[in-house]
Design a binder for this molecule. Structure first.
Ligand code: FES
Length: 100
């Protein structure tokens, strides 16, 4: 059994030169938002979700990015609200199924 149901990695790479990087698009703020939101929904911790910092995924032109395991699903952070709704729905559904 997985320790975390969803392990979410945000690229928070910051470049000092003028090359495109995820943190130039507010990745750090979105990382903090998601972590706080998951905690407020009681979806954070063992058997739930974990949000971690990551370095460059080498997909900088597509950023800002995050990836969720174990599904290995990539998201652009532009759809944060959709992602939060998706996570909440999945975990709520699983709680209901486990209650039977
Ligand atoms: S800076 Fe985010 S993928 Fe490279």
């Amino acid at each position: 059994m997985a320790y975390y149901k969803y392990h979410i990695f945000f690229c928070l790479n910051q470049r000092d030169d003028n090359e495109q990087c995820c943190n130039n698009f507010g990745a750090e703020d979105k990382f903090n938002y998601m972590k706080k939101k998951l905690k407020s929904l009681n979806l954070y911790g063992v058997n739930m979700c974990r949000v971690n910092r990551a370095g460059c995924f080498n997909r900088c032109q597509e950023g800002p990015l995050l990836v969720i395991y174990p599904e290995e699903t990539w998201y652009r952070l532009l759809i944060m609200k959709i992602l939060m709704k998706l996570l909440r729905n999945i975990l709520t559904m699983e709680r209901k199924l486990n209650a039977y």
